[in-house]
Design a protein around this ligand. Structure first.
Ligand code: CO
Length: 504
């Protein structure tokens, strides 16, 4: 068999597997958007069957044989060629998947299914004691998982690597810590600032149907192609790129809060534009047809949501339209007041409701805690006390209950340890990439004032989307911005913006 024939067979196999993955994606989308409650057992059986098929096909020894054959050939000599990228990333995935013993995968699935149900009860009743034994079990399983994968440095690296390939605690901790210290200072400045923002402006009556019309017109202006995508309603918004020509985003509407759907749509559309910008017609089913990492994915959503969607220039174009649409609530409001309201900063308990400035502090606290739990530096029983004392230090307020503290997120109970950092990585990459875009497109912000967003969309497509997994996240960052990941662009962006709004 020639090496070319081996490569073709490999691609044929991974495309077929990706068809199964995208089929599961459609079923998962339907589960969250349309499915009647009583369909959940059938759906779990369908998705379970597909997951088993996908795992079996991807870990078959034939995939390993084909990879070995191609790895010896000239096809992978140029590390940036399509073939070399696909083989490098498939090898990486294959080794990971085959290293995990089936018994451990099953144990993790079983334990996290049960623990999530107790977590829900524990959060509802503010009952940490109910959840504590699960934390112990799950972090034990996570240590086993890290051992199975293998790692350099600390076990956390093995888990982080699953969500952000190539990232290590050495690489990110310094950046995170500096960011945390800067944010604590920024929050103090905002708290003591002479000017205040009026959040109540965006907490008036906002007709849901009009919110949908407005949201769709914003999505279209940003470049979301409704002939190749849809916007639907769910409780927990998400984006799912099924494959070529079909990208789904969802949102939720609150008749008394404009921000939820509006910024939620821009966020998910940012993910959607990434999915649409990857050349899936050509590369579907291979790593070249997939996003670089969760952190890079999140950088795209946060850029459209924050750097673009919360900018003064964006609103100088869209605010008059919003005012016409929501006359009752926005008729007497000025652009500056509205801009202040959508950028309101105040410390709060709940991560998913946090503003742009405090959000990363929520993440950094979780990152520190889960690392310490995995290393055994803190014990599950100490989680509430540890959480609350860090919270006080970073946010300046006392946590009033574990439900509003260490019990609020599903991640640990679901076995998603190592996932949290990708949110902050997304914010950091977003600021760093956007600063470069502004440098390279000198009139970028004034384009926003004219409602022209496609220049940025095309820049992102060219610099990031079209490359799929050609570059790992930190290499991509270096290539596009000329520098490794840094706290500086995000800190500079926030200080400049909030100094303007709060007058410090
Ligand atoms: Co996101």
């Amino acid at each position: 068999m020639s090496e070319r024939a081996a490569y073709d067979e490999l691609v044929k196999k991974t495309r077929d597997i990706q068809l199964l993955v995208s089929t599961a994606g459609v079923l998962g989308w339907d589960e969250r958007v349309n499915m009647p409650r009583s369909g959940s057992q059938l759906r779990a059986d369908q998705l379970g069957l597909l997951a088993g098929m996908i795992h079996e096909q991807f870990t078959s020894p034939r995939i390993g044989e084909l990879l070995s054959k191609i790895e010896q050939s000239d096809m992978v000599k140029d590390p940036e060629s399509v073939e070399a990228v696909n083989v490098r990333e498939l090898r990486y995935q294959y080794d990971k998947q085959t290293k995990l013993p089936k018994s451990l995968v099953e144990e993790i699935t079983k334990v996290t299914t049960l623990s999530q149900s107790d977590w829900m009860t524990a959060r509802k009743n503010n009952d940490f004691k109910l959840f504590e034994p699960w934390l112990d079990k799950i972090f034990g399983l996570m240590r086993q998982k890290a051992d199975a994968f293998g790692y350099t440095g600390e076990p956390y690296n093995a888990l982080l690597d699953e969500y952000e390939p190539g990232a290590t605690t050495d690489q990110i901790s310094q950046v995170f810590e500096t960011l945390r210290n800067e944010l604590v200072v920024l929050l103090k400045k905002i708290a003591n600032a002479p000017k205040k923002t009026d959040k109540s402006i965006v907490e008036r009556e906002y007709n849901v149907e009009l919110q949908r019309v407005f949201g769709e017109s914003v999505a279209g202006a940003l470049g979301f192609d409704f002939s190749a995508g849809r916007l639907d309603v769910t409780t927990h918004p998400f984006c799912s790129g099924f494959g070529p020509g079909d990208t789904r985003v969802t949102t939720r509407y609150n008749p008394k809060r404009l921000n939820d759907a509006l910024f939620g749509i821009m966020h998910e559309v940012g993910h959607g534009l990434y999915e649409m910008g990857i050349n899936k017609e050509k590369y579907f089913g291979t790593p070249m047809g997939d996003a670089a990492s969760l952190g890079i994915h999140e950088s795209q959503s946060r850029m459209w949501e924050n750097q673009v969607g919360r900018s003064k220039e964006f609103w100088s174009y869209f605010f008059p339209q919003a005012q016409r649409m929501f006359k009752e609530s926005l008729g007497g409001v000025t652009l500056d007041q509205f801009y202040g309201a959508v950028n309101d900063v105040r410390p709060s308990y709940i991560r998913v409701e946090a503003d742009e400035a405090t959000y990363n502090l929520h993440i950094l606290l979780r990152y520190e805690m889960e690392r310490a739990l995995l290393n055994g530096d803190i014990k599950p029983k100490d989680v509430p006390a540890e959480w609350n004392s860090r919270f006080k230090k970073y946010f300046g307020i006392e946590v009033d209950s574990d439900s509003n503290g260490c019990l609020q997120d599903v991640h640990w109970g679901a076995g998603l340890v190592g996932y949290f950092p990708t949110y902050t990585l997304g914010n950091l990459y977003s600021a760093q990439l956007f600063a470069t875009a502004k440098k390279e497109i000198h009139d970028l912000m004034s384009r926003f004032e004219r409602g022209e967003f496609l220049t940025l969309r095309n820049w992102l497509k060219d610099k990031i989307h079209q490359h799929g997994q050609r570059y790992r996240a930190n290499a991509l960052c270096q290539k596009v911005t000329g520098k490794p990941l840094s706290h500086e662009p995000l800190v500079a962006y926030m200080n400049e913006k909030y100094a303007g709004i709060y007058g410090f």
